[in-house]
Design a protein around this ligand. Sequence first.
Ligand SMILES: [Ca+2]
Ligand SMILES: [Ca+2]
Length: 261
Amino acid sequence: MKRHCLRFMPTALPLVMAITAIMIVRPSPGLAADPPRRGPSSAKVPEFAEMLWAIVKDGADMGPNSGWFHPSESRYEWSWLVTRFDRNRDGVVTADELKGSARLFRALDRDGDGTVTAEDLDWSPRSRYLQGRALARGRFAQMDRNGNGRVTLAEWQKAFEQAANGKKFLTQEDVAALLYPPPAAPRPAASRGKPSGPEGPSRWTLLKGLFTGEIGSITEGPGLGREAPPFTLESPDKSRRVSLADFRGKKPVVLVFGSFT
Ligand SMILES: [Ca+2]
Ligand SMILES: [Ca+2]
């Protein structure tokens, strides 16, 4: 069945895109009560349609927040916290107002400025804190030449020498260029969607992965606050089978899904 679908796919692509367009403009009555999705796409569209469109439009060039890759959803966001704990209504939550352990407060005060604010709980790509951390990760990866997760004095000196470009000192411009290198030139339009390197799959490879479930299930999962569907899975050593129903109503269950390589 899957092979049949894949052979059919190239000629059926216009039809699939037309169906996708209909799915995008038609509201989904079964999901009307879902909480609003965060991110640039506030309208609720089927995840499958989002992913199909992202593959067709950007191919392997899709980035964070493209397709069905959205920030995670939580019922315990800033609005939940500030409504309950900001007693003096000044828009920030202090340690006194939180009345929790110092360890808990430090965990919530992500930027360490002594108060918990909306920025501390913002995990979207708009977060200045996350943007700064991403920048630091990039610079660190450049300096950590052997990729062992540590920047040695020799690696630090190498970065200095490259930034100084023959000088014995760094200017303000050198430091700025070191921290904020110019963005890479955009790929030519003709090459978009084609492999960008050994790990850049083509559009057709991505479409094949979409329709065969290799890059994620085309069946949308339950939204925030919805009940998890029943399932039974084998344990990793295949010695037993585990059903969610065995735990329902008896104890809290944490389901963790992800791609582990
Ligand atoms: Ca306050
Ligand atoms: Ca803070």
